[in-house]
Design a protein around this ligand. Sequence first.
Ligand code: G3P
Length: 217
Amino acid sequence: MVPIIVINFKTYETATGKKAVELAKIIEEFVGKADVIVCPQFTDLKAIADAVKIPVFAQHIDPVKFGSNTGHILPESVKDAGCFGTLINHAERRLDMKTIAACIERAKYVGLTTICCAPTIEDAKTVSAYKPDYIAFEEPSLISSGKSISKTEPDAVKEFAEAISKTSSIPLCGAGVSNGEDVRAAIDLGTKGVLLASAVTKAVNPRTVMEDLVSLI
Ligand code: G3P
């Protein structure tokens, strides 16, 4: 089973609009070497889902239904845009547990796969009760640091992976993941893949970074 590599486009300028479509097409070249997933901004979801065959995930959804809601992300609209799934509770879009549970419930109802982020092992254990498809352990202080969680927190990643492997969710980890050694370390510690953003979205040559990321799989 090839590892999962989730690339979060966040709101990086180099991963916005037409540049986001071009970046997604580069990432798609690595299908087979890894199970690659892209997470563009809401306004780019449909253009990218129409342009590539790899899974496109939203960066967030709100637990709302059709009706009188303003400024929310309706799960049905994300699905209709062609998305396969959604991130939930990313460190940069933190939610309370009640909202996390509601988002996972709504995502399941509309048929969206869920990657729920957790900043601690305890939070990961709590959200596992809501049965997200994946749980991603992300140490917020390492995000955008270039210091991979799989190298700087190996014992925590191993403990997380062991705990979540006993649940119905699949363990992933993220924050600072930048190269093939970081990906290999995450797999060796028991996770099934990684979440990353800046190493690819801010790269001068994203294709070269992707080649490195899959080089030790
Ligand atoms: O969603 C993954 C992201 O938060 C990690 O960011 O830039 O450290 O890869 P980065």
